[in-house]
Design a protein around this ligand. Sequence first.
Ligand SMILES: [Mg+2]
Ligand SMILES: [Zn+2]
Length: 284
Amino acid sequence: MRDSVFNCCVVPPHPPGEEEARGPRRTETMASSSAHFPNDKRFLIFFDFDETIVDETSDDMVVQAAPGQHLPGWLKDTYQPGRYNEYMQRVLAYLAEQGVTESDMRSVMEKIPSTPGMATLFQFLRARPPQDFEVVLLSDANSFFIESWLRRTGARQLFHRIFTNPATFNKDGRLVMRPFHSHDCLRCPDNMCKQVVVREYVARRTQERGRPYQRVFYVGDGANDFCPALALGPRDVVFPRRDFPMHRLITETHESMPGEFKAVTVPWASGEDVVQRLRKLVAE
Ligand SMILES: [Mg+2]
Ligand SMILES: [Zn+2]
C-alpha cells in the first residue's frame, strides 16, 4: 500500500468517528513526538489549507450549517479588524445555540471541493519514493474542520504533521477553538505566526536528522502565508496561488525591497503547475 510510506509512525490513522475524542490530545501528542519521525526525507513541503488545499475558506463554509445558511446581521456586526478569532468563537457559539451539531458541521466540511489539480498533486506526492517528501499542513483554521475534510477525502495519511488551532466540542456541543501558540510577530494574528512554526520546525527537524533538507517547499495563498515564505532561502521554492494575497505580497516585496524575498517563486493556478515544477526538482 503506497499510502503507508506517508504514515506517521507515532500517529496511526484512526477509525472514523474517533477524531472528536482524540482531536486535541493528538495535537499535543504530535507536538512532542517528532523524534520518532523517519529522518531520510530529502524534501520538506508545507501546505496551507483554506483556498490552497480546499477551494473555499472553511470558516466561511461552516455558515452553511446555520439556519437559513446565513448569520444574523447583529452577529456579523460584532467583527472587529484584528480580532478575527474572537469573532469566529462567537460564530461557533451561535451555531451551537441554534442546535447545529458536530455532525452537521462535519457534513458541511466534507463537501468542500478541493482546489483544481490538488488531487493530482497529492497523488504525485503519494507515488514518490518514500525518501522524497515530508509533508506538513500549517493552517489558521482548526483541527476539527481540517481533520473532517482530510478523513473524508482519504488525504489524512499524506500528512506527517498538522499544525493548526486545536478545536474540540465542549459538553454543550459547542466547538471551542484554542489559539495555536503565542508569538510576537507584528505581521500575524495573535494566535498564529506561520513563520515561527516553519522556523522552529525546520530547525528542530534539521537537528534531529543531523542534516538539512535538500529543499523546502511552501504551497499557500493567503497574506499569512507570506510571513513564513519570507523565512525561506534561495534553494527553497514557494508556490503562491496566482493573483491571491500571498502572490501579491511577494511581487510587491520584489519591487520595493529587491533581494529581501529569497525563495524561488512559482505561482500556481492548478496543483498540476506545482507537480510540473516538483517533477523537475526531484529529478536533479
Ligand atoms: Mg489559505
Ligand atoms: Zn508572522
